[in-house]
Design a protein around this ligand. Structure first.
Ligand SMILES: [Zn+2]
Length: 305
């Protein structure tokens, strides 16, 4: 896939989001920084690309722990860099206790970082000497934005559109809503007619028509019965926990899983299972698709291929 000069994609996994690094004449930047436990790896990858040049800016498409978890280590290593976050989240980052609650809601962690500049819809951002327009993309996250370069038709889509589907519609886990916004964001992407999409997870792709087709059919499927989104969210949050820890004692799963506030809320709204029943259900589901294995008394992560 041919990218404009000065633009580099660091394709990561599912625990860490992809990172897009820009090296321009004026400044360098990174879009999204991965999960905190991969911080050292993120820093090493960035340093390898930048060499002696400093990193001048971070842009977080949204403040999920797998997209901003590398902010702290990058800020520490490059003290002069400016960190740009969605405008609606900007005040919250300055009250870390409130920010912390949002990470704890998913059972995830994030080291405290600093925010220097808000990103608003319509902002035009210069990255690798190209103009990128920031666009609101609610659905998966109410305050996520996308970045679009019209000249090359490249869209950085975060978790609003992947090659197959999109991120969990988190707002719909414990209340109605979120689906309409997800669909509106897909409509917006459709209107842009991007030639290349760089998703938050997975490889970049150019068959955007096919990806949109799958995303529309998925949103229709979830909307038809919101329990499907809740079930997916619970499975994703258990899988994330397992990707982070790699091994979890089976007897600890019920308490760990039901201890995640968003899981508890989704369960309370849609499923009404006891903690042991819920853990058993989620393990069986993930085992069936090969996302985890049970070895003796341990739950073991199986990497996606
Ligand atoms: Zn996300």
């Amino acid at each position: 896939m041919k990218l404009p000069r000065g633009m580099f994609i660091l394709e990561r996994g599912w625990l860490s989001s992809n990172n897009v690094v820009f090296i321009g004449a004026e400044r360098t930047a990174i879009v999204d920084t991965g999960y905190c436990t991969h911080g050292e790896q993120t820093l090493a990858l960035v340093r390898r690309l930048l060499g002696e040049r400093p990193l001048d800016a971070i842009y977080n498409t949204h403040l999920h722990s797998d997209h901003c978890g590398g902010n702290a280590i990058l800020q520490e290593h490059y003290p002069a860099l400016r960190t740009h976050v969605p405008a609606a989240e900007f005040p919250r980052v300055h009250h870390w206790a409130r920010m912390k609650t949002s990470f704890e809601a998913t059972g995830q962690q994030c080291e405290p970082f600093r925010a220097d500049e808000p990103v608003r819809a319509g902002d035009v951002i210069l990255l690798a000497d190209l103009e990128w327009q920031a666009m609101c993309a609610p659905g998966h996250h109410p305050y996520s934005y996308l970045l679009f370069n019209r000249r090359h038709g490249i869209l950085i889509s975060a978790d609003a559109l992947w090659e197959k589907g999109f991120g969990v519609v988190f707002p719909a886990l414990d209340s109605p809503g979120g689906f309409r916004e997800t669909r509106a964001t897909l409509d917006m992407i459709d209107d842009l007619q991007p030639k290349i999409v760089i998703p938050g997870h997975g490889r970049p792709f150019s068959d955007v028509r096919q990806a949109l087709k799958e995303a529309y059919s998925r949103i229709a499927y979830l909307e038809a019965d919101p329990i499907r989104n809740a079930q997916n969210g619970i499975k994703v949050l258990l899988k994330f926990l397992l990707m982070e820890r790699q091994r979890i004692k089976l007897t600890e799963v019920p308490q760990l899983l039901s201890g995640i506030p968003l899981v508890a809320a989704a369960n309370r709204h849609y499923m009404h299972y006891g903690a042991i029943h819920l853990a058993h259900w989620a393990i069986t589901q993930l085992q069936r698709v090969g996302a985890l294995a049970v070895e003796g008394d341990m739950l073991v992560n199986v990497e996606r291929r």
